[in-house]
Write a protein that binds this ligand. Structure first.
Ligand code: BES
Ligand code: ZN
Length: 592
């Protein structure tokens, strides 16, 4: 073998990086990071080594004694970035690279004070999954490589650095603070993460604190207060939590994801802070990654479902244990809707609807979808239903025990399933699930009488059957979400008014429900929501919401105009990923 990852220059015949020691000095004025990293390899490098990088300005490469080495940074290629080749003049197990992270780094969003809650200090955060770690550190940026690290990050005195690693103290001099960290557990590079800003913390459990801007800390503490209970529930299901601490960092609203499972410190969007804990499922999801994803890791993005499918399945088992079967069923129902939607968007024959994909030459960011999440979790649910819950729970623990701290592909998983339950892959037609597009016929049925009731209520809308005030009052947030998902997108003004009034959508703080409402009201050209949509899109960068709302705004002239106006205001300050997604949606307007 040589190349094992379509999105990395990593060559598995060359020595792997085993650890790195990183120093960074954050410069908010220049929006750049002056950096130096010592890369430590598992064995001596002889001759040339090939690393990943993207938009890094490499200033010098040398041994510890100062001897300079020759190197070459190749021209930037789409998706993979710049191949970075170092020529070792003599065999060595380590090398130091001095470099600068530029403003363009695809892993970073630099926020101006106005883009934060407090509006007094700038903010910076990283998002390295799937292939952005290389735009912060030159390394083998493939999830098939695992590294430990130490880091020293210097910032102006009034700022705080939060890192997805263990803290080993703070050094202070006249005008700078240096935050020290250690990550003793080996992680794939996409789990490297930090944030800088005016950030404070509050203890919420024996091994957890929440980090947020001071203005948010109280609300955030309330929303996540049950964290220890959630961790214990997960440990009961999947075995001991191996990362010591589990903290949460609440990011500014421009964070492009709902959550990111950075080790020891999940990064989370403020849009899940509703005030009623109704969206803590996202936390259950990110926490579950501590087993599925961070311990057992997909070896490359063709097998992304191994990370996300397992984690959605795990998340819903946590939901069931904490809040009951009904809550888990609602979550599956909402997911199944999202799955059908994604199937429709790609087309049911599209290879992107397979669990195992071939992403050679394809950017994982561009084909990100609900398929690996929802189809993946349903496949696991099918296995669980087939062998019985008790047996499957034993299997999951054995799976985690066997593959912990390693990276695997679908083949290794299927062999292990077949070893554990002989003949099971064939019995459930695993090949079809894994390698064929669409939803297989033996897909588990998601059913409960409450779910049927909600679905019927939702189906009735187009025939003029509206829920009563009492019925609405009895709906849980997750049920409202399922109800809204089932509604037609284009409604009359009266129908919009009914929803707005009776679901109290003007006061709605649940962003999941709100985003569904915005899609309906934009498609229906319902003007009374335009201001809300505008305010939402001026603040929120979570792609899951932003993308479908902009898409819905493409359906008629007024909303197209509104979309363009909003984008004109936000485009400079959007996260680079969100900006690309919005640009694409708006460029689609002209096509039809
Ligand atoms: N690891 C993902 C986020 C991600 C995936 C970032 C791929 C970059 C590339 C995270 O665990 C996730 O799935 N987040 C979801 C949460 C949801 C499924 C509960 C999100 O952001 O919506
Ligand atoms: Zn996930």
């Amino acid at each position: 073998m040589a190349k094992v990852d379509p999105h990395s220059f990593y060559d598995d015949l060359e020595p792997k990086i085993k650890s790195f020691d990183l120093k960074m000095k954050i410069d908010f004025e220049k929006q750049a990071i002056l950096s130096s990293v010592k890369l430590n390899f598992e064995r001596e490098v002889i001759g040339k080594i090939h690393l990943d990088s993207r938009d890094l300005q490499i200033n010098s490469v040398h041994f510890k004694d100062g001897t300079e080495l020759n190197f070459k940074v190749y021209e930037k290629k789409p998706i993979v970035g710049n191949l970075f080749e170092i020529d070792f003049s003599k065999p060595s197990q380590s090398v130091v690279v001095d470099y600068e992270v530029k403003k363009e780094s695809s892993a970073l969003q630099w926020l101006k004070p106005e883009q934060t809650k407090g509006k007094v200090a700038p903010y910076l955060f990283t998002q390295c999954q799937p292939h952005h770690a290389r735009s912060l550190i030159p390394l083998q940026d493939s999830p098939s490589v695992r590294v430990t690290y130490s880091a020293e990050i210097s910032v102006k005195k009034e700022l705080t650095v939060v890192m997805a690693a263990g803290s080993s103290g703070v050094r202070e001099d006249e005008n700078e603070k240096t935050f020290l960290f250690k990550m003793p557990q080996p992680i794939p590079p996409y789990l490297f993460a930090f944030a800088v800003g005016r950030i404070t913390s509050s203890e919420i459990g024996p091994r957890s604190k929440v980090w947020a801007e001071p203005e948010m800390i109280e609300k955030a503490s309330y929303e996540f207060e049950e964290i220890e209970n959630i961790i214990k529930t997960a440990e009961n299901l999947f075995g001991p939590y191996e990362w010591e601490r589990y903290d949460l960092l609440v990011l500014p609203p421009s964070f492009p994801y709902g959550g990111m499972e950075n080790p020891r410190c999940t990064f989370i969007t403020p849009t899940i802070i509703v005030g009623d804990r109704s969206l803590v499922g996202v936390v259950a999801h990110e926490l579950a990654h501590s087993w599925t994803g961070n311990l057992v890791t997909n070896k490359n993005y063709n097998h992304f479902w191994i990370n996300e499918g397992f984690t959605v399945w795990a998340e819903r088992r946590i939901t069931e244990a904490l809040y009951g079967v009904e809550a888990a069923t609602m979550a599956y129902a909402q997911g199944f809707y999202a799955l059908k939607n994604a199937m429709k968007e790609f087309g049911a024959d599209s290879p992107y609807t397979c669990l195992v994909t071939n992403l050679e030459g394809v950017d994982p960011d561009e084909v990100f979808s609900d398929i690996p999440y929802e189809k993946g979790s349903l496949f696991l649910r099918l296995l669980e239903e087939t062998v019985s819950r008790k047996s499957f729970d034993r299997f999951i623990r054995a799976y985690i025990e066997k593959f912990r701290f390693s990276s695997i592909g679908t083949d290794e998983l299927v062999s292990f399933i077949n070893e554990y339950f002989e003949g099971l892959p064939e019995k459930v037609d695993a090949d079809k699930w894994l390698y064929k597009p669409g939803i297989p016929e033996n897909c588990p049925k998601i059913y409960s009488s409450r779910l049927e009731y909600i679905k019927n209520l939702s189906d009735g809308f187009k025939f003029g059957t509206y829920p009563t005030k009492e019925e609405i009052g009895l709906m849980k947030p997750a049920e409202k979400l399922v109800y809204f998902q089932g509604l037609p997108k284009k409604l009359s003004e009266e129908e919009c008014q009914f929803l707005e009034k009776n679901f109290e959508l003007r006061e709605m703080t649940n962003a999941e429900i709100l985003s569904k409402w915005f899609i309906i009201s934009a498609t229906s050209n319902y003007k009374p929501t335009f201001k809300m949509i505008r305010n939402f899109l001026l603040e929120v960068g979570r792609m899951k919401f932003v993308k479908p709302i902009y898409k819905a705004m493409g359906t008629n002239k007024e909303t197209r105009q509104l979309a363009k106006e909003i984008f004109e205001i936000t485009k400079e300050s959007l996260h680079p990923l969100t900006r690309t997604v919005v640009e694409q949606e708006i460029s689609n307007y002209e096509k039809d």
